[in-house]
Every structure is written in structure tokens, then in C-alpha cells.
Design a binder for this molecule. Sequence first.
Ligand code: COA
Length: 475
Amino acid sequence: MAKRKKAAKAKSKATAKKTAKKVVKFTAKKLAASNDLPRPSAKPWGQAGRALDGVRILDFTHVQSGPTCTQLLAYMGADCIKVERPGIGDITRGQLRDVKGADSLYFTMLNGSKRSITIDSKHAKGKEILDRLVKLCDVLVENFAPGALDRMGLTWEHIHKLNPRMIVASVKGFGPGPYEDCKVYENVAQCAGGSASTTGFRDGPPLVTGSQIGDSGTGLHLALGIVSALYQRNRTGRGQRVLCAMQDGVLNLARVKLRDQQRLKHGPLTEYSQYGEGVPFGKATPRAGNDSGGGQPGWILKCKGWESDPDAYIYFITQAPVWTAICDLIGKPEWKTDPDYATPPARLPRLRGIFDAIEQWTKTKTKFEVMEICNKQDIPVGPILSMKEIAEEPSLRATGTVVEVDHPTRGAYLTVGNPIKLSDSIADVRRSPLLGEHTDEILRKVLGYSDKEVAEIKASGAITAPEKPTKAEAA
Ligand code: COA
């Protein structure tokens, strides 16, 4: 019996081996013969087009969250057609204006590398043009208030019927639930996503951060959703809806604070300086000032010149493996062996005093001197860079992270280029379009309208702002 079992096992092993060989052979043959997979490009790196070449986006975004997403996709090579209301455009064109008569930096820095077409989406002819665009685009991106897209007649059912491959991507303030109908701006999301309650000092009110984690952060999430949906479409042949709620996006970025919320059940959060100061914890994750969010304690310390320069500070991390180097640097060699300081758990209740001692040393050096000295010893530190310093930093210009572009009405301006570097898809950062700059070009070259049809569209009022009444008409 055992013998028979052994023989059967050996036979099935041999068959499996044979089949595997066959499969490998078959697959290799098939791959070689098929045109499904392109052969690796022979073009030099960075000269074989860009990652999203061939993807066309119907960009219905405005303000910041949606435009952040579509600008990034445009940097990656997508043809981004921004649809704007005739005569008005994206509201940010005129917000926080610094140069009279020119599009604001708010707009120009979020809409680079796009084309602009003006269409009144509530005009019958405008709807007709939009339907044609829907048929020719791959992705529709929007961040209108809930229900606005449907009120334009662009329901998911309508879009999907016209173009089953279309991906419809939206930013909303909240996901389905009690707040789904609310209009939301950046700071509302920071508050509702758990960031504000955990930002600031313990004895002060909640704080919003300077980084636009609600708007730009959610735009980035949406871009990932879109690219994933495009990838899935390669297999399924059909589009899908992508939704990013700003509350969810902020929470995703603040996840370590939800981590701490759960840790609270099991005792105090020992890495928070409140622990060392003997202040009891409450029921929710508290604000932690400049405490580090990870397992290595850190704090912001004054540097030389702090009395007059609001940015003469450095973030200093007392990473355990370099503790002895820190002790030598700040003139406290005795702390290397003192049982009150020698181990990370022993240091936790004494962090305030430790950072005070380190600060006595950092105050004698500029933030860049501290950076240089500490980096040589692998001590992680971060100089507090002002926006002026960042704008002038040559290495950020060299990598294309900060880019200067020219603009016909405002002149040269700085923008943030693509922070994601792809070795074979080099970002082409171009200026933002003027309102309706590409209307004619898109009507003719993308949508294929004839001269006669373009003239009819222009006469219909679907792409132009309503004429202001003359004095005589107004009277
Ligand atoms: N032609 C005609 N009408 C147009 C148009 C066009 N090309 N483009 C927009 N509109 C209309 C819309 O149809 C809508 O009209 P309706 O409400 O009568 O149907 C109207 O313009 C305004 O849209 P809305 O999104 O409500 O703008 P708002 O200025 O009142 O609100 C926000 C702005 C940001 C609060 C809101 O859009 C929102 O909550 N968006 C989702 C969350 C978000 O992205 N927030 C972050 C912004 S950075």
C-alpha cells in the first residue's frame, strides 16, 4: 500500500514538472509571438515620451484639491483640458491677486501644463460640446459641491452610457454619511479629519497646519485612484468612479494619531513630553507640540540669531544609536554612563531637560552649522527653512522641484514642479493657460468641429461670457 502511494506521488510529481515545462515553453513562445507587450524602447532614457502620454483628461476642477490632482497628471504627460465658465473661469484666477489684471499665483501654481476651454455647461450647445468631450476623454475629474455635476446633466449613468471607458473621479468634503452634502474647504477638512485636534500645544487651542493636507493631500490621493483605475481599465475595458473625501484623506495622513488613540487604553504615551512632565492623559490623543510622532524623541530648538530671525531654529532628534555622539557634542559626556540618561526609557521622563541642554549648544551655532556638524555624526536634524530660503535654494531648482516659468500677463513666476521623479518620464512644467486660451484649438483639433460649426458655437453664447448690455439697452 505504502509502495503504491509512493509510486503515485512520484508519477504526479513528474507530470507536474512536465506541465510546468510546457507552460513555461508555451508562455515564452506566446509572448515572443504576440504584440501585446511592446519591446523595451531603444530611445534614450527620458526621451520615450511621458508616463501618461495618450491619456486625455476632462478637467472640471476648481480651487485647489482637484487642480492639484490634474496638474500632477499633466506633469506626468496627460493632456489636461480644463473646462471653465465663460468670462469667469476658475474662481482662483482672481483670488489673492498680486499683479493687477493677471491671473493670481493661487491659480497659476495649480494649473500648469493644462489647456483651457470655456464652456457654459448649462447652455444647450455647451452640453452638446461636453458630451463630445466625454466621448473623447479617458478621465473626468471634478470637485464641485455635492450634486453640482448631476445638475449639469453629467450623471454617472449619462457619462457611462456615452463612454463606458470613462473614469469619473471626484473630490468631496465627506464620504457618504451625515455630512455628505456639506461644502468643504481646507481647514474644515483638517478639523474633521483629526489633524487640528492633534496639532498645537497642549495648553493652547487646536491648530491647522500650513501644509494643505486637506486640499492638495486629497488631490494626491485622487491622482493615485485615477492611475489605478486606468490600470484596471486595461484589463476590464471599463471605467469606474473614484471618490476621495477630504476627511478621509486627512485622516490617512494623520493615522499615527489614531494609532496613539488606541495605545491610550494601555497606558500613557511615554514619548509625549507631557508624560515626562507628569501631566495625566485624557480620553483622546492630545496635542503634542513639536514632539516627534515616531519612536525617536525630537523637538524644535533655537539656533544662533533666533532673537531676530523667526526661522533660526532646528528640529533635533535624539536617535538612540547616536546618543553618545550627542552627549560628546553638547559637552555632557557623563550622560553616556549615567543610569538616568544612558538608556532610551531612562531618558523619556527627562526629555525636557535634555532638550534644554542641547539647546544651550544649538544656540551657539547657526542652523546650517548645526546641520553640518550633526550630519557628519549621523545625528538627524532638520533646519527650519523659510519659504524665502526654499525659493532661493539652488539644489531645488536643479532637480526641477522649484521651477521658474514665464507668463504672458504676469511675467516670470515660481512654481512647484513634479515632486515625483520618474527616470523615463521627465516632467514638462509649463505655465498655466489664460482663460479660454485653447477653446478654438480644442473645438477644431480635438472635437473636429468645422469652421462653420465653430462659428455657430461662438454665436450661440455657449463658450463666451454673456455680453454686457450697452448703456442704451440698460436704460
Ligand atoms: N458652466 C456653468 N456653470 C458652471 C460651470 C460652467 N463651466 N462650472 C461650474 N458651474 C456651476 C456649477 O454647476 C454650480 O452651479 P449649481 O450649484 O447652480 O448647480 C456652481 O458653478 C458652483 O459650484 P460649487 O462647487 O457649488 O462652487 P462653490 O464656490 O459654491 O463651492 C466648494 C466651492 C469648494 C466649497 C465646493 O465646490 C466643494 O465643496 N467642493 C468639494 C470639496 C472640495 O474640493 N473642496 C476643496 C476646495 S479647494
